[in-house]
Design a protein around this ligand. Structure first.
Ligand SMILES: [Zn+2]
Length: 245
């Protein structure tokens, strides 16, 4: 999960000459080199998923086949996650393809203050309070999908069985049980609002448990955090999920 705490907001002018209308001026959101949204003002925020990368030849929502994110709020954080809970069989037909940032990072978290700063640049961006609360499906995707992990969540466990070689303190069998436990926990709440917060390991006195794969070190996954002898999902090494109000 990418933490978007230092967004870059700039104006740019797409070239609409092929569609015979005047070029608009758009407000773009980037993080480093990655474009998160190419038009904060033209994106249609009224639905979910939202197409955050519009066709830059005409600006019509739906003209480009990809560029979608699911937008929701958890605690004091806005989450962008996979546009729809994807299983292996869904990929292909009728699939709304994810935005570039989801392809690259799996999911994005915006602190509420950063989200509100987007509204200063483009008032069309919805208020934090009006966003859908995160359901179990969005949280599962925010956690489980990442750079080196499959975007179809049901392929994660088979991949781990094949490639997981070690964890910081857990043996592989226990690590697998915790992963499967939380996948089930999120799935049981896939379409319901889940109470919970994201907290830092320091503020909760917890320790990140990293899983190691055979293959490049970049594939290592800071998947879990130990809190009082139990394990909870870590969305990244600075954000752990604490269920409950
Ligand atoms: Zn177009």
């Amino acid at each position: 999960m990418l933490l978007c705490n230092q967004p870059i907001i700039d104006r740019w002018r797409p070239n609409f000459s092929s569609s015979g209308v005047a070029d608009p001026i758009w407000t773009r959101l980037r993080y480093g080199k990655t474009v998160l949204c190419n038009s904060l003002e033209w994106a249609d925020w009224s639905g979910n998923p939202v197409q955050v990368e519009l066709c830059d030849f005409c600006g019509t929502a739906g003209c480009a086949s990809g560029g979608y994110v699911h937008v929701s709020a958890l605690g004091e954080t806005v989450l962008w996650t996979m546009p729809n809970g994807v299983t292996e069989t869904d990929i292909g037909e009728g699939q709304l393809f994810p935005a570039t940032v989801i392809e690259e990072f799996g999911s994005v978290a915006f602190p509420v203050g950063v989200w509100e700063s987007l509204r200063v640049a483009a008032p069309e961006v919805p208020t934090f309070g009006s966003l859908a609360r995160a359901d179990g499906g969005a949280l599962r995707d925010a956690w489980a999908i990442g750079q080196s992990r499959p975007r179809a969540v049901d392929r994660l466990v088979p991949l781990l069985r094949e490639c997981l070689v070690a964890a910081d303190s857990l043996d592989i069998g226990d690590a697998m049980q915790w992963i499967e436990h939380w996948l089930r926990w999120f799935d049981e709440r896939a379409a319901s609002y889940v109470e919970g917060t994201l907290a830092s390991p320091e503020s909760t006195g917890s320790r990140i448990e990293t899983l190691y794969f055979n293959g490049p070190g970049t594939a290592d996954w800071a998947a879990l955090a130990e809190v009082n002898g139990s394990f909870v999902p870590a969305f990244n090494s600075n954000h752990i999920f604490i269920p409950g109000g």
